[in-house]
Structures are given as structure tokens and as C-alpha cells.
Design a binder for this molecule. Structure first.
Ligand SMILES: Cc1ncc(C[n+]2csc(CCOP(=O)(O)OP(=O)(O)O)c2C)c(N)n1
Length: 282
């Protein structure tokens, strides 16, 4: 079923809050991978507030859907969502990445409830997700596994080993998202290592593919529904996104892959986000 206008409005308001939380936490912790955290936000919000079958009160529930943020450097954005969902007290984020805090820049599944796999070293999330999807099948469980990768992450050979395996095993309980913001750590992906055609590569490995606007909740919802209905093939959703989305000074800027904010920049960023959503929501 397509998302209703009411649902889209609710998700939009949540993405507004999460983007502001990312900016606030970046300010307090001194620096973060803010660009990619802002580009991934709408997919995470759609999953956590609409599609994942989860129970934050039971983070170890065996039948929960699994989500893995393979681009683990987006941990500040993932933690903002997990805290808001109630996996932990979000006041703890005030100490994000500080000594003694459970949160490093990349989330640790042994310290952060709701984090199903520790990531940060790129190229491993898809392989972990393949293992979970095979495990679900072997144990006859109905949970689905979702994983988000960065587009720059696709340079890692392990991604393609896992993709071959997922196609071979026809893992239709596995959905991958690619945050296709066209930028990696130091520039445009296509200038550093040609990735296109991404969809044809996955298709050749036995995947179903769909390319969408990764900031459009209606499109994200439709894509997730298609992935859930897919039979006999894993599904990859290539999400066209903007690195630094909603913050003018960061949008499409490689130098905002990682950065810190002084109070002036924080205020500017928050003003941009408020303006964007005030216009969007009318
Ligand atoms: C194996 C490995 N090599 C290098 C890095 C350093 N690194 C952190 S983020 C990043 C760029 C990732 O680009 P992308 O996946 O496109 O992330 P996004 O633009 O979505 O933030 C790199 C190379 C790493 N974390 N892991």
C-alpha cells in the first residue's frame, strides 16, 4: 500500500528532527561525518518509523528485522534515530564520541542497543547481511534484513563477493540500499573510480534493482514494498541523494564528508534545515 499523505507528513517531520539532532550532536562532539549522515536520513527514517518490524524494548528479539548501516561512519545519524526510537536515553548523545561514552563515531553492537552489527571498516555490512538472510532461511524465520551502503563503499571488493553470494542463494529476504550521493571521502565517485552502471552490475549478479529519489518518502515506500514482494532475488534500491542534504553550505561539497561546527555554523545549519522543512510542509 502506498504511504498516505498523513504518513508522508509524519515521516517528513521526523526527518526534520533527526537532521537537527545530527547538527546538534556534531556541534557538541566536535566533528562528525555529517555530509553522509544527512544524505542517508530519509531512508533510515522511512525504515525505522514505518517499515521495520522491531521492538526497541526487546532489542534481542529473535524475529526482529535486522538493519545494518554498512557505511558505519554515518553512526551519528543512526544513533540519533535509535535514541529517538527509545533504544537508549537520547540524553546520552550529549557525550557522543567522548571518552567513557558508549558511542564511538562508528557504533559498536556490544555497547549500543539496536545496533545489530559493528561497522566502520567499509565493505563488510553486505556480507554480514547475507549471513543474516541465510540464517533466517535456515532457521525458518520470517525476519527481513536491510543494509545500507555508501556509493564510495562500492569500491570495496568484498561488497561484490557478498553480492554474488546473495544472487546465488536467491536471497529475497534481503534488501540493500545504496546512498548514491555521488561523493566519497575526497571527491566525486566517478572521477575516483567509475562505479556506473551500478544497477547493471547488480542485475548481472542476480539482483532486482530500482533507482529512486532517496529523499522522496513516497518513492522510498514504493521501493520497499516492491523489495518485500520480490521473489527469488535479493533487491537493491539505488537512492539518488544529496550529500549534506538540507544544509546549503554542505550540499554536494566533498569537504563536508567530515567536519566540525562552531556555534555560528551550527546556527546557520539549523536555520537552513528549518527553512527547508517550513517550505516543504507549507
Ligand atoms: C575499509 C575502509 N577504508 C577506508 C575507510 C575510510 N573512509 C571512511 S568514509 C569513506 C568514504 C566513503 O564514501 P561513501 O561510501 O560514498 O560514504 P558517504 O558519501 O555516503 O558518506 C572512507 C574511504 C574506511 N572507513 N574503511
Amino acid at each position: 500500500m502506498p504511504l498516505t499523505q498523513e504518513e508522508i507528513k509524519g515521516l517528513t517531520k521526523k526527518a526534520w528532527e533527526i537532521r537537527k539532532a545530527i547538527v546538534e550532536t556534531t556541534f557538541t562532539c566536535g566533528g562528525s561525518h555529517i555530509g553522509g549522515s544527512l544524505s542517508q536520513t530519509d531512508v533510515l527514517v522511512a525504515l525505522y518509523y514505518k517499515y521495520l518490524t522491531i521492538d526497541p524494548a526487546r532489542p534481542d528479539w529473535e524475529d526482529r528485522d535486522r538493519f545494518i548501516l554498512s557505511k558505519g561512519h554515518g553512526g551519528i545519524g543512526w544513533a540519533s534515530v535509535l535514541g529517538d526510537k527509545g533504544y537508549f536515553d537520547k540524553a546520552l548523545l550529549k557525550n557522543f564520541n567522548k571518552t567513557g561514552s558508549p558511542f564511538g563515531m562508528h557504533l559498536d553492537s556490544l555497547k549500543v542497543k539496536g545496533c545489530d552489527a559493528s561497522t566502520g571498516s567499509l565493505g563488510h555490512g553486505l556480507a554480514i547481511a547475507v549471513g543474516l538472510a541465510v540464517g533466517a532461511r535456515l532457521t525458518k524465520r520470517n525476519f527481513r534484513t536491510y543494509v545500507m551502503m555508501g556509493d564510495g563503499e562500492l569500491c570495496e571488493g568484498t561488497v561484490w563477493e557478498a553480492a554474488i553470494l546473495a544472487g546465488h542463494h536467491k536471497l529475497d529476504n534481503l534488501t540493500a540500499f545504496i546512498d548514491r550521493n555521488n561523493l566519497m571521502i575526497d571527491g566525486l565517485t566517478e572521477q575516483i573510480t567509475t562505479l556506473e552502471p551500478i544497477d547493471a552490475k547488480f542485475k548481472a549478479f542476480g539482483w532486482e534493482t530500482l533507482t529512486i529519489d532517496g529523499h522522496d518518502f513516497a518513492a522510498i515506500g514504493e521501493a520497499v514494498e516492491k523489495a518485500r514482494a520480490s521473489k527469488g532475488k535479493p533487491f537493491v534500491i539505488i537512492c539518488r541523494t544529496v550529500k549534506g542534504k538540507c544544509v546549503d553550505l554542505m550540499e554536494g561539497q566533498a569537504q563536508w564528508h567530515y567536519g566540525g561546527l562552531n556555534s555560528d555554523l551550527r546556527d546557520q545549519a539549523l536555520t537552513c534545515i528549518d527553512k527547508y522543512y517550513a517550505e516543504l510542509l507549507g
